[in-house]
Design a protein around this ligand. Structure first.
Ligand code: ATP
Ligand code: MG
Length: 294
């Protein structure tokens, strides 16, 4: 592995800083893998039309673990995350190669129904996006739509809101519009909405980026509580957040394609979070987590 330069000139763009490291393209390092793998990507490549957005990602997600995906803007974190529940199917130009196995089954196999995939693998987005409905109906919507067998919807709503640490704040105004909640409450409502349909895996794309530090801390506490019941995969730009909440971290970067110059994302290093932050193997990881670029 190449040694990294001692200094970077100030004002250097993140992309230039990564290139300056000049490490081998095949430096992807996979550390200790989880014992109980819920999902894995196998040689995942993603294209938008002719653009090769993500190159050969191999990642394993452990049961009841929180995995963080970090890396500079445009390196393909959201693209990979969206592939994990076939959300990229909704982008007409997107094409996926390789496989993503969920409990051993390839979710891209021809007969797999993407809607069914999303019932098992839920998603929380960057910006809280409650429906224009009451707090109650935001939660009840999912179970109704998927025809979940429910004895008492009130219990389902309460359980989901308790599970998202929101019940005490909203129990007296369940019939009020979700839009009346604060941003942090709306994000926890979206988490409650996701868990109401009892998924197994929850994908979160920068779930705290629109929240203030107090709301962020509540969502992080919630993620740590939820870990006992769910497998969580979270994209974050907040390094402290990755260090605080995650068990494992995947660091991505992007490098220019030799022929087109387009920047293709790749996984650089995947390991236990404490090892990624204390003892990164790849100089690109070290440069990123020490704040020297990105
Ligand atoms: N719908 C799309 N159509 C075409 N190109 C796309 C689309 N979505 C993403 N891309 C491209 O794919 C690459 C990876 O984007 P992606 O959004 O996955 O990056 P990211 O790591 O999540 O970045 P950020 O940290 O800024 O959210 C980028 O070059 C982006 O422009
Ligand atoms: Mg993104």
């Amino acid at each position: 592995m190449a040694s990294h330069p001692a200094t970077f000139s100030t004002g250097q763009s993140p992309a230039a800083a990564v290139d300056a490291l000049n490490v081998a393209d095949d430096a992807q390092t996979i550390g200790a893998l989880p014992d109980d793998v819920v999902m894995e990507t196998v040689n995942l490549n993603v294209f938008y039309g002719d653009f090769h957005a993500v190159h050969d990602v191999n990642l394993s997600f452990g049961k009841n673990e929180i995995t963080a995906m970090i890396g500079p803007s445009g390196c393909g974190k959201s693209t990979v995350l969206r592939c994990l529940n076939r959300m990229n199917d909704l982008v007409p130009s997107a094409r996926v190669e390789g496989s993503i196995n969920y409990h051993g089954q390839n979710i891209y196999a021809p007969k797999v129904d993407p809607i069914a995939v999303r019932e098992h693998i839920g998603m929380v987005f960057q910006k809280p996006n409650p429906f224009p409905k009451s707090i109650y109906d935001n939660i009840a919507y999912g179970p109704r739509v998927i025809g979940m067998k429910v004895d008492n919807m009130d219990d389902v709503v309460e359980e989901a809101l308790r599970g998202a640490a929101l019940w005490d704040e909203v129990k007296d105004k369940l019939k009020q519009s979700a839009y009346g909640l604060s941003g942090g409450q709306q994000q926890r409502l979206c988490i409650a909405r996701t868990i109401a349909t009892k998924p197994d895996v929850i994908l979160m794309d920068e779930p705290c980026s629109a929240l203030d530090p107090i709301a962020t801390s509540k969502v992080e506490d919630l993620m740590l509580q939820m870990r006992k019941d769910y497998t969580i995969i979270v994209v974050t730009h907040n390094m402290q957040q990755a260090a605080r909440v995650s068990d494992r971290t995947a660091f991505f970067t992007a490098r220019p394609d030799e022929t087109t110059g387009n920047r293709t994302g790749l996984l650089v290093e995947f390991d236990r979070t404490k090892d990624i932050f204390a003892n990164p193997h790849d100089p690109r990881t070290e440069a990123y987590i020490s704040g020297r670029f990105g």
